[in-house]
Design a protein around this ligand. Structure first.
Ligand code: ADP
Ligand code: MG
Length: 237
């Protein structure tokens, strides 16, 4: 059981940011929310995380109704475009942060941090400070930090959006490999159709707060359900 979104809507003033969304994210899958700027992707992600509360509808995470639960109780890992690492802490300390506030045993924390450094291919960089890393390396630390507490769900909001094209491409491939190893249910926001096509098991195309189409990259590409999807997906080179 992954994530179930049932008839969820959210408005800001008179603006309907998310409009009657129904969606299932299968357990262990990597799903991209794809759409133009302002289509409600980040709002939907924030609704899943509990950072926003729906006006109507319910959100179930691994079968349990999470609608009225706090962010902390949802057991979610987060990475944003500008995910500020703690500047005064080393890579190792950044990754350990969530474990330490949960009062994990020191030996366990050490072991887990080394596993995660290995997983995000930053072994040997544990003693560096964020300022001594590249942008791509920082986002990998942010991912390791999010995964440290073994979340049920990982939410990524344009995690590579601030990086240059070459690094973005490398990280896409890397994220796919990481997901194949870790299998945590992941929702990934992007406005980049090529990124969505390359990384995800399923794509959710959003437009004006609504879900236009859900399908595998091949289904969406070969059988766009609307003129909007067709124009937004366009030819991928
Ligand atoms: P996307 O991530 O697809 O670009 P968002 O979900 O961030 O879209 O936002 C959709 C629209 O909702 C935005 O253009 C903005 O006008 C509005 N919006 C989002 N969050 C808020 C907020 N906290 N207060 C007021 N309006 C908001
Ligand atoms: Mg956004």
């Amino acid at each position: 059981m992954g994530i179930l979104i049932q008839d969820v809507s959210k408005r800001f003033g008179s603006f309907q940011a998310v409009d009657q969304v129904n969606l299932e994210v299968k357990s262990g899958s990597l799903v991209a929310l794809l759409g133009p700027s302002g289509s409600g992707k980040s709002t939907l992600l924030r609704l899943i995380s509990g950072l926003e509360t729906p006006d109507v509808g319910r959100i179930l995470i691994t079968g349990e109704d999470a609608t009225d639960r706090s962010v902390q109780d949802r057991n979610i890992g987060f990475v944003f475009q500008h995910y500020a690492l703690f500047k005064h802490l080393t890579v190792r300390q950044n990754i350990a942060f969530g474990l330490e506030i949960r009062k994990a045993k020191t030996t366990r924390v050490r072991q887990r941090v080394e596993e995660l450094l290995d997983l995000v291919q930053l072994s040997g960089m544990g003693d560096r400070y964020p300022s001594q890393l590249s942008g791509g390396q920082r986002q990998r630390v942010a991912l390791a930090r999010a995964l440290a507490v073994e979340p049920k769900v990982l939410l990524l909001d344009e995690p590579f959006g601030a990086l240059d094209a070459k690094v973005r491409k490398d990280l896409r491939v890397w994220l796919r490999r990481l997901h194949d190893e870790v299998h945590v249910t992941t929702v990934f926001v992007t406005h980049d159709q090529e990124e969505a096509m390359e990384v995800s098991d399923e794509i959710v195309v959003m437009n004006k707060g609504k879900v236009e189409q859900v399908g595998t990259p091949a289904e969406i590409y070969d059988h766009p359900a609307s003129a909007f999807v067709m124009s937004f997906i366009g030819p991928v080179n």
